[in-house]
Every structure is written in C-alpha cells, then in structure tokens.
Design a protein around this ligand. Structure first.
Ligand SMILES: *[C@@H]1O[C@H](CO)[C@@H](O)[C@H](O)[C@H]1NC(C)=O
Ligand SMILES: *[C@@H]1O[C@H](CO)[C@@H](O)[C@H](O)[C@H]1NC(C)=O
Ligand SMILES: *[C@@H]1O[C@H](CO)[C@@H](O)[C@H](O)[C@H]1NC(C)=O
Length: 288
C-alpha cells in the first residue's frame, strides 16, 4: 500500500489559544511512486488567511445581456469575495451532512486588472471547500491561486490548502503553470478531521494531506469558488482570470448521497465576476 510507505512529514502549528492545535501529514506520489520527503515542501502563508468565509454583499444582482443568462437556473446572490455555487445541506439527520467536495479545473492564465479592484497585491483563487457561507466559523478548502507580482510584473501560480480560521499552506514543491488540469478533493472523516487531495492530472502528481484537530465544521455547505482573496485582513486586488470551468463538480453526503450543484446559491461578485451553472456538475465563472 503506497499510503503506508509515503507517510513522510508531520507538521503542527500552534495557533491562537482559542483554536485547537491543527496537525497534518503529507504524502506525495509521482505516477504512484512516493516522492522523497526532502522534495516535499509546504510553507505557511503569511499573513495567514488566503481564502476566507463568504462576505455577502447587499447590492442587487448584476444583469448582463449575454447569452449565458438564458442558461442560468440557480438562484443568484451577491458576494464581495465569492463567485460560484454553494450547495447547502440540512444539518440533520447527520447522514445529510457534507462529507466531501470534488472539482476539476484548468488553472487559468491570470492578467493584471486595471480600474476597480486593481490595488496590489492582485490575486484570484480557485478552490473547492466545505462551509464558510451559512456557517462561517470554519471553512475547509483547497485549490490554486494566481498572484500578480508587482516587482516583476509576472504572475505567480501556487497550490494551497487551508482550514479557516487556521493559516493557509502553499505546497511549494508543486510547481503550477497556467493550463495545468487539477483535481481537488476535500474529504472529511469528522467535523474536525479530513484529507485534502490535490492531483495534477496533467503530470500524474498527487499530494494528500491528512489533517486532524481542525476548527469544527458544521458541514452544511459544499462550494466551488473563484475568490477575490484576502491578504493581511483586507480584500486583495482581483486579478483577471478569463474564464474558469469547474468540471466533475460534485459532493457526497455522510450518508453517501450525491450532491450536485443544481439548486445551489450561485454567487456573483458585482462588476468583477459572474458565474453560472450549466448542468448538475459544471459551473463557469468569468472575470468582468
Ligand atoms: C449570505 O446570505 C445568505 C442568504 O442569501 C445567508 O444564508 C448566509 O448566511 C449569508 N452569509 C453571510 C456570511 O452573511
Ligand atoms: C503539472 O504537470 C505539468 C506538466 O508536466 C507541469 O508543467 C506542472 O508544473 C505541474 N503542476 C504541478 C502543480 O505540479
Ligand atoms: C474519502 O474518505 C473516505 C474515508 O472516510 C475514503 O473511503 C474515500 O475513498 C475518500 N474519497 C475520496 C474521493 O477521496
């Protein structure tokens, strides 16, 4: 069993006293062969939070005269930072809780934004996760981010995961490029433990983080989000990312039922990002 001989690194992070101590292990393979511990690198993100809970916006929904509107069927809502669907589930019985969320996407080529929300740093994050909307006390998420580097005028692409409100981690030994086809799974075993799996389907490289002592989740939201990230407690400028499609977007409940994205609340970031769902497993977000 490759999992048994690839248990490589153990990390722990002592957080503010109100938080439990989050622990995680990392396993990584290339085409099924373990990657040596010396080649696995994660680094905590400073200043801490990258993705964040949903920050609802009170302005009215943006209406765009594009053909895409005719295909919209989920209820829309506005957000300051989230663009994409959130599927809400009942908190009881416990079998209806969200167990895992899965999504695949091509990491996009990001470009510099001018005008509104063009402040620095500029970034856009692409992730799947559990909670952070109806219940905002915790959020378990993983994905990629592009950040516009002001000093070199180039884009930095990174793979990351986070269990909010604990810090984000970049997996710096996964070098990401625009065009990489990524598969992301966040998979809970309880409200405070789970696994993050990040597969580079282009190259056959897989990283799995096994996490315990996470901040308690309610496990009532499943989401597939393009985010205007938070750097140092404030919203970053929002890099342009073109069009992003989440494919094979699905979740599973604790009871094993499939959670599609139909019936989700479809978040829009007014004047910055629109999103639509086309069927029960595909959603598109595009920069405005
Ligand atoms: C955002 O609004 C929805 C209703 O559209 C609500 O269910 C959710 O709790 C709100 N989230 C926050 C963070 O206010
Ligand atoms: C994914 O694979 C592609 C193609 O080999 C490679 O260029 C890229 O750096 C890989 N991305 C990650 C995150 O490992
Ligand atoms: C999710 O975790 C369960 C164990 O709780 C495991 O059996 C299952 O294979 C995992 N699913 C995915 C898609 O990783």
């Amino acid at each position: 069993m490759k999992l048994l001989n690839t248990l490589l690194l153990i990390f722990s992070l002592l957080l503010a006293p109100v938080l439990a101590e989050l622990h995680f292990t990392v396993e990584a393979t290339q085409d099924g062969v373990p990657i040596p511990a010396s080649e696995i690198k994660l680094e905590p993100f400073e200043p801490g939070t990258l993705g964040d809970k949903n920050q609802n916006s009170s302005s009215t929904a943006r209406v765009r005269g594009s053909r895409r509107l005719t295909r919209r069927s989920n209820t829309q809502a506005n957000s300051n930072n989230w663009c994409g669907p959130v599927k809400h589930t009942a908190s009881s019985p416990s079998t209806s809780l969200v167990k895992l969320v899965h999504g695949e996407f091509v990491h996009p080529a990001c470009t510099k934004r001018t005008g509104t929300a063009s402040s620095y740093p500029q970034a856009a994050a692409f992730w799947v996760g559990i909670d952070g909307d109806a219940v905002t006390s915790a959020l378990f998420q993983a994905g990629t981010v592009c950040k516009f580097d002001t000093s070199t005028s180039t884009v930095v692409n990174q793979v990351w995961w986070q269990w909010v409100p604990s810090s984000a981690y970049f997996i710096s030994s996964m070098t990401l490029q625009a065009g990489d086809y990524m598969e992301i799974i966040v998979n809970t075993t309880s409200s405070t433990a789970g696994r993050v799996t990040i597969n580079n389907l282009t190259r056959g490289q897989a990283y799995t983080m096994g996490i315990t002592n996470g901040p308690a989740l309610a496990r009532v939201d499943a989401e597939w989000i393009v985010e205007r990230p938070t750097y140092g407690g404030t919203l970053a400028g929002f890099a342009r990312f073109g069009d992003l499609w989440f494919d094979n977007a699905y979740g599973k409940t604790v009871g094993g039922a499939n959670l599609g994205i139909l019936g989700s609340k479809q978040y829009q970031i007014p004047s910055l990002c629109s999103s639509l769902e086309y069927d029960d497993a595909t959603t598109e977000a595009w920069a405005l």
